[in-house]
Design a binder for this molecule. Structure first.
Ligand code: KIV
Length: 274
């Protein structure tokens, strides 16, 4: 079902214009039901490659494909009308060459109808960001803790904890800005570095586990709603939807087993023959 409304969808330039004016609020979504609920409340919705973990039960984000990301992006775009939608480029879809990145980013945007892609990487990926931006694809960069690098990092660890690593992350963010990225996600870094990067850049920084110093925040929606098996320390749980689901399903199973559900009000009437 498509959504018809006179409210205009937030654009990439409008997100950029928030810098220094007001904080940007964002969450992830990968399906229509959640996207529809969160759409009017947020500036952008990220169809993150964390979909691999929260929707498919993978241990990390590496196993999701371009076609899956495009399909989840399409579900989110189709069921929203207000928030800008950004879709993650999955592992292996952009690292090899700018040309491959363009083909996959174009596929994701044309199938999903999203406004922009996000990709993880340091300075080595800046030329790819420039290649995409110069060809009409808005790019949100992602530096610091980059979950697609879980195997080289040896786990999900906070980054930038010594001077050398902090300087590298600052240089990564600067390189993406110079390449034309419209925003940068800062994940898993300490407040002084997040503040330094946010002050150094003219484009918005979006934090996840990166302190309130950032220009905006994003979280995985399942972590915020109490639907994740294990949420990271930096995520705040605002509701226990997991508990509500367990309670509702236990009540349903109990009523089915005791013959309480369905009752007359849930049954079709039988037409009496004359
Ligand atoms: O995949 C994801 O969900 C992300 C985070 C920044 C939220 O990249």
């Amino acid at each position: 079902m498509s959504v018809h409304t006179s409210v205009k969808r937030t654009t990439v330039p409008q997100l950029m214009a928030c810098k220094g004016q007001r904080k940007i609020a964002a969450l992830t979504a990968h399906n229509a039901a959640i996207a529809r609920l969160i759409d009017p409340l947020l500036d952008f919705i990220l169809v993150g490659d964390s979909t691999a973990m929260v929707a498919y039960g993978h241990p990390d984000t590496l196993s999701i494909t371009v076609e899956q990301m495009a399909a989840h992006g399409q579900a989110v775009v189709r069921s929203t009308a207000q928030a800008c939608v950004v879709v993650d480029m999955p592992f292996g879809s952009y690292q090899e060459s700018p040309e491959l990145a363009f083909r996959n980013a174009a596929r994701i945007l044309s199938v999903s109808g999203a406004a922009a892609v996000k990709l993880e990487g340091g300075q080595a990926l800046a030329s790819t960001v420039a290649f995409l931006v110069q060809r009409g694809i808005p790019v949100m960069a992602h530096v610091g803790l980059m979950p697609q690098y879980v195997n080289t990092m040896g786990g999900f660890r906070a980054q930038g904890m010594n001077d050398e690593s902090a300087a590298r992350i600052l240089a990564d963010a600067r390189a993406h800005e110079a390449a034309g990225a419209f925003a940068v996600v800062l994940e898993g870094i300490a407040e002084p570095l997040a503040r330094q990067i946010t002050e150094a850049l003219a484009i918005p920084t979006i934090g996840i586990g990166a302190s309130p110093a950032c220009d905006g925040q994003v979280l995985v929606t399942e972590d915020l709603l109490g639907l994740s098996e294990r949420a990271p320390r930096f995520a705040k749980r605002y509701a226990d939807i997991g508990g509500a689901v367990r309670q509702a399903v236990a009540a349903y199973a109990d009523e089915v087993r005791n013959g309480v559900f369905p009752d007359e009000s849930h049954c079709f009437g039988i037409k009496k023959s004359l």
